[in-house]
Design a protein around this ligand. Structure first.
Ligand code: BG6
Length: 467
C-alpha cells in the first residue's frame, strides 16, 4: 500500500464526552440526556433520583485521567483526536445567559494537553446528548427556542477555543433521530414522524447557524456534518428492490443533502406529502440553511440489504438501524456485518454526490477481549478488521476521493452507546472495568496498539491488501 495516503492525512481516534469522561456532575455540569439513559440509547429513559448510579457516571474517568490517555495516543503517533464537548458542562441547564467557567476551563486543559503533542482536536458540538433541562422546559429540539440556545453554546465555544480547535462537527450521526428520538432530538421515544421531522428541521437550521458562526469566529476553521453511514444494498437485482434501496438510502442521505447543498432535496416533497407531514419552515430558516458545511464526516461500521420480498425480510439490528443481512458477509460478535469494500463504495458515493472532502470519523470493531495471564491482549481480529477497512480507504483515495483523515472509534475502551456495556471493546488501549463497574481503571496496551502505531508511522504503507 505504498504512497496512497496524503502526507497531511489526519490519523487518530474518536471518543465522545458521555462515553469516556464520567464526572457527570463535577464542576457544575448539569444533567444531560445521556445521564438519563444509564442502559444506553436503547434502554429506558430513567429520571434520576438521589443515590442512583450508572456506568457512564464514571465511564473511564477521562475527565481526570486525560493526561495519561493523551500521552498514550501520542505514543501511537496520533495527529488528531476527535472528542465532543458536553454541552451541559458549558450551559448546565441549556438556557443560561452565561456559561459555566469551570466547564470551559476543563476543555482548555484538555486541548492544551493535546497541543503539547501536536495532536489536533476534532470537536463534535453535540454527540448524542443535550442539557436535560432543555428537554424538560422546552421539549428539546421540538421547540424553535432550542435553535437559539444551541447557537449561543456554539458561539461561546468557537470564541473560547478559536485558536486551539480548527476542525469542528455539528451533530453526531444527525440521521439517527429517526430511530432514537430522545437521544437525537430530546423527544419522547413514541413521538410521531411529523414531530420528529419538525425537531430535525430545527436541528438542521441550528447546524447551519453553527456553520456560519464557525466561519465568522474561527480563523481558518473548518466545520463538517456527521452522518451515520448506513449504506444499504438491494438484496436482489429486482428493480423493485433497487428502487426501495434508493428510497431507504435517501432516508439518511437527506441530512447530508440539506447540510451540503443548502436546501431540502426535491424528493422530500413527495415523502412529506405521502406521510401527511407539514413542516413549519420560515423564509429565515431557508436563508440560514444556505450556509453549507466545508466537509462531510461519517461513521462506518457495516452495511446492510433491502428487499421487497416479505419472505426474506428478516432484519438484524445493526447499531441504530435494522438491516436485512447480506449472505456474503460475516458478522461481529454483536451481529454487525463486516464489509470493508462497502467503505470504498461509500466514500465514492459521497464524493460523487457532494464533491466535498470526506473525513471518516468512526470505524472499528466492538469485541470481547481476553487479558492473558502475562497481562497481554492479543486482538488480532481487531487488527484484521481495521487493516481491511484502511486498505479500502487507500483504494478510494486512489479512485480520486479526497479523504482528510481517519479516526477509529474508541482508541481506548469506553462505554458503548447502544447498551452502555464496557465489555464491547473497541480500543487499542484496554481499560480495566467491567459491565458492573468493577475494576481498577488501569490502562494496558493491546497488540493493536503497536500495529496502529506502525500504520501511522508508515503513513499506511505497512497495510496489507488481502490475498
Ligand atoms: C456510533 C456512535 O453510532 O457508534 C458512537 O456515534 C458509538 O457513540 C458507536 O459508540 C458504536 O456503537 P456502540 O453501541 O457499539 O457503542
Amino acid at each position: 500500500m505504498n504512497g496512497k495516503f496524503p502526507q497531511d492525512f489526519l490519523w487518530g481516534g474518536a471518543v465522545a464526552a458521555n462515553q469516556v469522561e464520567g464526572a457527570y456532575l463535577t464542576d457544575g455540569k448539569g444533567l444531560s440526556t445521556s445521564d438519563l439513559q444509564p442502559q444506553g440509547i436503547f434502554g429506558a429513559i430513567t429520571p434520576r433520583k438521589p443515590g442512583d448510579s450508572g456506568i457512564k457516571d464514571v465511564a473511564i474517568d477521562f475527565y481526570h485521567r486525560y493526561p495519561q490517555d493523551i500521552a498514550l495516543f501520542a505514543e501511537m503517533g496520533f495527529k488528531c483526536l476527535r472528542t465532543s464537548i458536553a454541552w451541559a458542562r458549558i450551559f448546565p441547564q441549556g438556557d443560561e445567559e452565561t456559561p459555566n467557567e469551570a466547564g470551559l476551563a476543563f476543555y482548555d486543559r484538555l486541548f492544551d494537553e493535546m497541543a503539547k503533542y501536536g495532536i489536533q482536536p476534532l470537536i463534535t458540538l453535540s454527540h448524542y446528548e443535550m442539557p436535560y433541562g432543555l428537554t424538560q422546559k422546552y421539549g428539546g429540539w421540538g421547540s424553535r427556542a432550542t435553535i437559539g440556545f444551541f447557537e449561543r453554546y456554539a458561539r461561546t465555544v468557537f470564541e473560547r477555543y478559536k485558536h486551539k480547535v480548527k476542525h469542528w462537527l455539528t451533530f453526531n450521526e444527525i440521521n439517527m433521530s429517526l430511530h432514537a428520538p430522545f437521544t437525537g432530538v430530546g423527544l419522547p421515544e413514541d413521538s410521531d414522524r411529523g414531530a420528529i421531522y419538525q425537531a430535525i428541521h430545527h436541528q438542521l437550521v441550528a447546524s447551519a447557524k453553527a456553520v456560519k458562526a464557525c466561519h465568522q469566529l474561527v480563523p481558518g476553521g473548518k466545520i463538517g456534518n456527521m452522518l451515520l453511514g448506513g449504506i444499504l444494498y438491494p438484496l436482489s437485482c429486482r428493480p423493485e428492490d433497487l428502487l426501495e434501496t434508493q428510497r431507504q438510502n435517501r432516508d439518511w442521505l437527506f441530512f447530508g443533502d440539506v447540510q451540503a447543498r443548502g436546501a431540502y432535496p426535491a424528493y422530500m416533497r413527495r415523502f412529506f406529502r405521502e406521510h401527511g407531514i407539514q413542516l413549519e419552515i420560515t423564509a429565515e430558516d431557508r436563508q440560514a440553511l444556505r450556509e453549507t458545511i466545508d466537509f462531510i464526516s461519517f461513521s462506518y461500521y457495516m452495511s446492510g440489504c433491502v428487499t421487497t420480498d416479505a419472505a426474506q425480510n428478516r432484519t438484524a439490528r445493526a447499531n441504530i438501524l435494522n438491516m436485512v443481512p447480506n449472505p456474503h458477509l460475516a458478522s461481529s460478535e454483536w451481529g454487525w456485518q463486516i464489509d470493508p469494500v462497502g467503505l470504498r463504495y461509500l466514500l465514492n458515493l459521497l464524493y460523487d454526490r457532494y464533491q466535498k472532502p470526506l473525513f471518516i470519523v468512526e470505524n472499528g470493531l466492538g469485541a470481547k477481549d481476553r487479558v492473558e495471564a502475562d497481562g497481554s491482549i492479543d486482538d488480532g481480529y481487531r487488527i484484521e478488521y481495521l487493516n481491511d477497512h484502511l486498505v479500502q480507504v487507500a483504494e478510494a483515495i486512489d479512485d480520486g476521493v479526497e479523504v482528510m483523515g481517519y479516526t477509529s472509534w474508541g482508541p481506548i475502551d469506553l462505554v458503548s452507546a447502544s447498551k452502555a456495556e464496557m465489555s464491547k471493546r473497541y480500543g487499542f488501549i484496554y481499560v480495566d472495568r467491567d459491565d458492573a463497574g468493577n475494576g481498577s481503571l488501569e490502562r494496558k496496551r493491546k497488540k493493536s496498539f503497536y500495529w496502529y502505531r506502525d500504520v501511522i508511522h508508515s503513513n499506511g504503507n505497512c497495510l496489507k491488501p488481502k490475498g
